[in-house]
Design a protein. Sequence first.
Lengths: 416, 223
Amino acid sequence: MKLAAHYNKASIIISVSVLLISAVVYYLTINHIVRQQLDSDLSEEVTEVIDYINVNHRLPKPIEFDEDLTTFKKTSVANFDTKFFDAPYANPKEKKTEPGRAVSALIKVNGDNYIVTIVESRENTEYLVQIISTITLILTVVLLVVLIVTNRYVLNGLWRPFYQLLDQVKWFSIADTNKIAAVETRVDEFSDLSDAVSKMSLRATTDYQGLKAFTENASHEMMTPLAIITSKLDMLIQDEQLGADQFAQITDIYSAASRLSRLNQSLLLLVKIDNNLLHDTEKQDIKTSILEKSQQFQEMLQNKYIGLNLALEPLEVNASKYLIDVLINNLFSNAIRHNKNSGSIKIKLSENKLIIQNTGDITPLQQDAIFERFYKSRTSDGTGLGLAIIKNICTLYHFEIKYEYADGMHSFIVVF
Amino acid sequence: MKLLIVEDEQSLRETIEKYFTEEGSICEVCCDLKGALQKIAVYEYDCILLDIGLPDGDGFAILEYLKSSGKNECVLIISARNSLDDKIKGLNIGADDYITKPFHLAELKARLLAIFRRKTFGSNSLLNYKEISIDLSGRTVNVNDKEMTLTKKEYEMLLYFIANKGRVISKNAIAEHLWGDEMDMLDSFDFIYTHIKNLRKKLMELSGKDFFASIYGVGYKFI
């Protein structure tokens, strides 16, 4: 739930409960006041009756009391407290019963005790309470509507810069050169946030660029010493005085130098893919590429007695020729290298999907780790960058790459 | 062959110089752009080995100079950058080939000879070595006037060995020449062995001589 919605919810709950409580209190208070008013009216009536009796020494006729219903009942009790209570009021004019308020009191007429009961209609006062309640209710509803509308439109407007910023952060990629632009807002918190985020993104991008430039330069700088090592070795093996031992060591140095050089080249390739530095993008025929590769790998396939099964439909993809070559080369050579003798490789190219399956180790690879840089199995003598390069090429062109293992077949699936 | 080596890294320059001098080429060396331009202006060379990254500017300036002054030296660019753009740029302004560091001396030699031959003799050229005669344009090989049928890899290997005759060539250098980056070294060593075995046998059948010497598992020598 959005913050605005949370805020809305809280503010509405609070305002509704406050309004409801105040409505109840309000109602009770008004009711109380009205009742007191009625009671004081009734007391006055009783006083009037007593005054009348004192003057006339007889009970008044009911007719003499406007609209109030007055009844006298002779009683023998000597002590009776005056009491007020709700009682129905039979309206003589309209011939119906209305809610009313009554008072009973003890009066003495010529030595006799009477209980006088006066009932007064509450209709008018009830009506007043109703009107006041209705107005309160309407006010409540209006207030709520205003609150909701305000929250929805005004607050949403206030939050807009925040969402704009959030959107930019979501789409921010450290490898891209486009920065996060500052959003315009009059809210101090948001403009601070916007400033902080753009500064942070700028710093991250700069750092990342610096790191990439460093990787590239470091790799390039390493090429010259490597060239010296290689060429010195090339000279060294011309020496006829060396013996088998020395040559064995030289062979190891050769291998190490060549591994280092490959590692370096792979790192450079990764940097190039990251920086999107290969601009030879054009239509590439994947089918032809695969056929060429299968020709190139013929010897390796035969050497391990690997059966190759191709099911290729024509497919063209917009990409760099070089990268497509690397992609297919890496997938294909992995399928051979990690295969077993007399194993098999199945390559299926359909509408938008390339599936390369191979037999090999009977345990599945770690799906989430294989595309990491420098991931490799203990027995592998590769650079550990082959799949990372594949992954990066796929990311660059928005291809999807997946690994699956089923029925003894390792499958790499590229969805173009 | 008269050769100018333009390379700022001293030990690399010296090694290259030594390798080519021992084989019989006349080598001159220089370590910067200024020196190279002075030498080129005064002397004639058959080939120039040119490092692109020089301390006082990039080597493309030399290519531009050669082009503008109508000189026709073969140029092989050496670069630490395996960059397609650099390669295209270099080849466009007159370089004949492009090699990336690190390289094997044998590879450098073979490449240099190939461009030198192409430029000097055109496409119609015969390469003779002892009993072996290779028609480079037709890609056919005769030994003692009898035709020898070779696979593509065997043919490439033979040319490579002849270019570096009398030198020990490491298996790594052969593997890189034949397969480039496509294959892992260890995989390819088995194939090299097979290819050399076949080539050796074919040559022996026609010439009665063994041209190959195996050097302690590190590589081979063609004699």
